[in-house]
Structure formats: C-alpha cells, structure tokens
Design a binder for this molecule. Sequence first.
Ligand SMILES: *Cc1c(COP(=O)(O)O)cnc(C)c1O
Length: 370
Amino acid sequence: MMQHYLLLTPGPLTTSDTVKAAMLKDWCTWDDDYNLDVVQKIRRQLVKLASPGHTPGEATGYSSVLMQGSGTASVESVIGSAVGKEDKLLVINNGAYGARIAEIARYLEIEYRVIDFSETQAPDMALIEDALATDPAITHVAMVHCETTTGMLNPVEAMAELCRKYNKVFILDAMSSFGGMTLDVARLDIGFLISSANKCIQGVPGFGFVIAKTVLLEQCRGQARSLSLDLYAQWHTMETANGKWRFTSPTHVVRAFDQALTELKQEGGIKARANRYRQNQQLLVAGMRELGFEALLSQDLHSPIITSFYSPDSEEYRFAEFYQRLKAKGFVIYPGKVSDADCFRIGNIGEIYPADIKRLLTAVAEAKYW
Ligand SMILES: *Cc1c(COP(=O)(O)O)cnc(C)c1O
C-alpha cells in the first residue's frame, strides 16, 4: 500500500498498513466470521491498559463502553449521562477542548461552572481548590489531560488528589494521551476516562470509548439527555448481549482497532509506545530549535503528543505556503489553535518513528523559503 504522506496531526493520524488492511472486507456484525466477541475482547483490553497496577484477573472495579462517533460524541455521552439533574459540573478550561466540555454542558442545560486559565500556563490548583471548598453544589469535575490545543499536559495527579479530598467524580478527557502515556485509573480514582480509536492506540476514526467505574456507570441509568449517546444503555447492552452495540456498529473500524491493539502489544505496550513518542517529541523540539523555531510552551509543561511552535517572525512567511511545501515532501502538519499567539502545530503520535522526525527536520530546512 502506498502512503503518500505522514500525518503529523492530533488525529486522525498515520496508521500502519496492517491496521488499514484489517478493513478490506465487508464485515457482518452477527455473522460468526466477524466474531462479536471481538468487542468484548477490546473492552477487556482497554480496562487492562488503564489498570497497569493490577495483576491479571484481579477485579479493577472498572468497565468500558465503546460509543459510535468522533471523540466529542463520547465526551458528550459522559457529560450528558453522568451529571444528574441535581448535580453540578466544574470544568477546568485552558484550551479549546476544555472549552468544548463547557459548551456541551451549556447545550445540555446542565448546571456547570468554568474556571478559565491561560492557554500557556498550568492551571492554578489553589484556585480550583478554592472553588471545590466553597461551592458544595459541585459533584463532578472535568479536565483535559493533554490539551491538544497547545500540547500542554495538565496536572492530572494534583486534580485527582483534589477530587478525592473533596469527594467529587473526576471526568478526564484523555483523548489524545490514552495509550501514549501510562495512566492508572484506579490509582487516580478516575470516575470516567474518555478517549478515541484514532489517537494513541493508532486505530482509525469512527468510535470513542469510555473507561469508567462500574458503580458510576450503574448510576447513569435513566439520566441521559440523548438516546444515541446514552452511556448506560450502551454499556448495559454491551454487558448483557455479548458486546452488541445498540445501533449499527462501525464494524470495519472495530476490526482495525483490534489490530491496532495487537500492534500496541507487539511494540511492548504503553510504556514502549510512550518512550517512542517522547523520543519523537524531544527530537522534534531540539531539531526545530536548531532551525530557528521556538516552542510555545516551556518543556516542563509539554506532553509527548503534539507541539505548538511560534510562526516565524517574517513578513514573507505564510502558513499555507509552508504547509504545501512540507506536504510535497511527504509531511502534513497542523495549523495553530491558540487564541493569542500565531503558531503552527506538529504532532508526533501515530505510526511515526524518530527516523521520520529526522526526515521531517531535513524537509523543514529545505521548505524554509522566507
Ligand atoms: C481529539 C480530541 C477530542 C475529540 O475530538 P473529535 O474531533 O471529536 O474526535 C477531544 N479532546 C481532546 C483533548 C482531543 O485531543
């Protein structure tokens, strides 16, 4: 198969040929060839990936649900099903994805409060603690793990600690980090973790997934504000009907995801993948700096997922021209999303290796026309 260019984006991202090949067949959900058990296997594996501290077979208290749609659909299914009529959601916002969670709450007419922080600084935990200590109506807290807007890694451990201290349900949007960084849901006492098929697991887009405490999933019963995004109903059907989805399932995407999970295991699991991503990111930042590009964030705030670089300070520079030149050399980069700085972004997740980053750096040097 011919790959014309690598996607250095936050998703959909570059997948292996074997993941793509898993889709070259028209699968029928209820036929034995498809093997409905594939869904149950995936659900078990997801819980296992999120529970590295557990010995195999040990009960984790967690379960997982797969949900059709883009990652946002899964976030919306959690917010719309977990936060009850009498509940109140606190949203930590320091980027477009934090803001999106607040927007979901607004659409669904859920009681919520947002604390806004700068996109380029770590959230102030003292301010968050103050809100939790003084607003007893708050029952749930939502935070983004890797804020893909900038590439910032938010303080998930500190947030988890506060949620435990004030007895709040912790909802984590780990969309762009899950599978690419080690994370232990039970140790952090996370209520709901949300991610999607086409980020660090390296599948293709089409569904998202939620890893959640079983007791909290049970409490979602009858609370959903949407039929198709009813998290409890989806979970209950998968639990009781051997992995059945309520409505047409993305069969090809599921088979590709199953293959992607196999390849994650072959790579050596999340630890090995996290090492590769970190290596990619460090190589990228160091190489770009040599070429005169500065990263938006200081390295201590950085995730190993995606990096925002300041646009060159030159009259001649145009992102569109730079983009086209890089694309012609086999690399697709991403526009910036930060509100108050002129940036572009380069992702380093997906089927991307340090050798690709080295080739990219050569291409950037050649594409510099200003
Ligand atoms: C990609 C992403 C999402 C989901 O985006 P979709 O376009 O709906 O798949 C949500 N949150 C974060 C942090 C993301 O990186």
